[in-house]
Design a protein around this ligand. Structure first.
Ligand code: PMP
Ligand code: GLN
Length: 397
């Protein structure tokens, strides 16, 4: 009799070896199972603006509900270009330099597929969002991670230089940065730009948290001297408009790059989210107030959670952007007889305190570097944050 399990195992693509279920799905399931408060997976517990939701409902009732054009609906592409002009003074032609994607995730995948042949290399910064490694592997490419050093998560220029080889195609920069909350400074961005220009590389920027910067400002790589032609800027509506399940993302890049990415993208999903596209157009056209309030509310939540976590005995690392806080668990683990490595600590935390966090270790290519860090999401109602903190208070010294 055929052993189907063994057969399927043998047929699995080795490029995906080691990639099981994502940590987000795993920790959210753990939260449900243990009835814990879920500060793991990063999604807001309040939906986005009514005007945006109403526009989606209107479009579902009245159309467009059929396939949108391959690059995205013209109105949304214009709104993406206008948004880039408004916030970064960047000018993109909506017809030839903008591409709408199924979230930032598809934009990243299509960009890597468009740029990489087997064995080509992508430089990343670790820790990093989990889809990067998986997508680079699926493309048959090789990741060259550069460590962001705790506690401020700066990088060593020599490390970045050493990661670049004749096979390097691109440097992938995520700012504001998940999971650390780091916001790359102008001088860091300039150093990356200088190396990209010097080695003739593309820079891919993942800017999905662009409107969540609490200290300093978001630097758009494409706005730096000499970078417009070689930057693929990626963002999405999920975080900015608190509709993470809609998966509407976009790319802005010069036509040659945009078209290359579109070629890959058309065979991934072709198109997506027809009636959601006009709704995101409404979102991108909201007044500055909307974007400022989003940022200010999250800043307040960051402070609320950080203060409480510190009182519970965690050593908090700085967070200048995103909706994630990093905590060093060593002190609190010792105090409470809990494991002091991040995966084991996060597995023990539901029973110890009824709260779920995400082990930052899984975002590292060199897991040892992140073994004492865990990540908490603060994009939650104040009541829920307070309830989580009152539970975590049992750990306090
Ligand atoms: N990049 C980063 C850094 C993220 O945190 C996320 C959100 N989880 C994504 C990309 C994916 O964005 P989207 O949901 O638009 O695919
Ligand atoms: N971006 C979110 C996070 O980092 C969720 C991503 C996901 O569930 N794949 O938590």
């Amino acid at each position: 009799m055929t052993d189907f399990k063994a057969m399927v195992e043998a047929l699995r693509n080795p490029r995906l070896q080691g990639f099981g279920t994502t940590i987000f799905a795993e920790m959210s399931a753990l939260a449900l199972r243990t009835q814990s408060i879920n500060l793991g997976q990063g999604f807001p517990d309040t939906d986005g603006p009514d005007e945006v939701a109403d526009a989606a409902v209107h479009a579902i009732r009245n159309g467009p509900n059929q396939y949108p054009p391959l690059p995205g609906q013209p109105g949304l592409r214009q709104a993406i270009a206008d948004h880039q002009k408004r916030f970064y003074d960047l000018t993109w032609d909506p017809d030839s330099e903008v591409l709408v994607t199924a979230g930032a995730t598809e934009a990243i995948a299509a960009t890597i597929l468009a740029l990489c042949d087997t064995g080509d290399e992508i430089v990343t910064f670790e820790p990093s969002y989990d889809s990067y490694s998986a997508t680079i592997k699926m493309a048959g490419a090789v990741e060259r991670p550069v460590l962001l050093n705790a506690p401020d998560f700066g990088f060593d220029l020599a490390d970045l230089e050493a990661a670049i080889s004749p096979k390097t195609r691109a440097i992938l920069v995520n700012t504001p940065h998940n999971p650390t909350g780091k916001v790359f400074s102008l001088s860091e961005m300039e150093r990356i730009a200088a190396l990209a220009i010097g080695h003739d590389l593309i820079v891919i920027t993942d800017e999905v948290y662009e409107h969540m910067v609490f200290n300093g400002e978001h630097i758009a790589m494409a706005g730096l001297d000499g970078m417009r032609e070689r930057t693929v800027s990626i963002s999405s509506a999920g975080k900015t408009f608190a509709f993470t399940g809609w998966k509407v993302g976009w790319v802005t890049a010069v036509p040659e790059l945009r078209n290359a990415i579109m070629t890959a993208k058309q065979f991934l999903t072709f198109v997506s989210a027809g009636p959601l596209q006009p709704a995101i157009e409404v979102g991108l056209r909201l007044g500055d107030d909307y974007f400022h309030t989003l940022r200010d509310d999250l800043r307040h939540k960051r402070d609320r959670l950080a203060t409480g976590l510190e009182a519970a005995g965690f050593d908090m690392l700085p967070c200048h952007g995103t909706y994630f806080l990093t905590a060093d668990i060593r002190g609190v683990a010792e105090q409470n007889g809990l494991p002091n490595t991040s995966v084991e600590f996060c597995l023990a935390l539901p029973e110890a305190a009824g709260v779920v966090a995400v082990p930052s270790q899984v975002f590292y290519a060199t897991p040892k570097a992140g073994r004492h860090f865990i990540r908490f999401a603060f994009c939650k109602k104040d009541d829920l944050l307070d309830e989580a903190l009152s539970r975590l208070a049992v750990l306090a010294p």
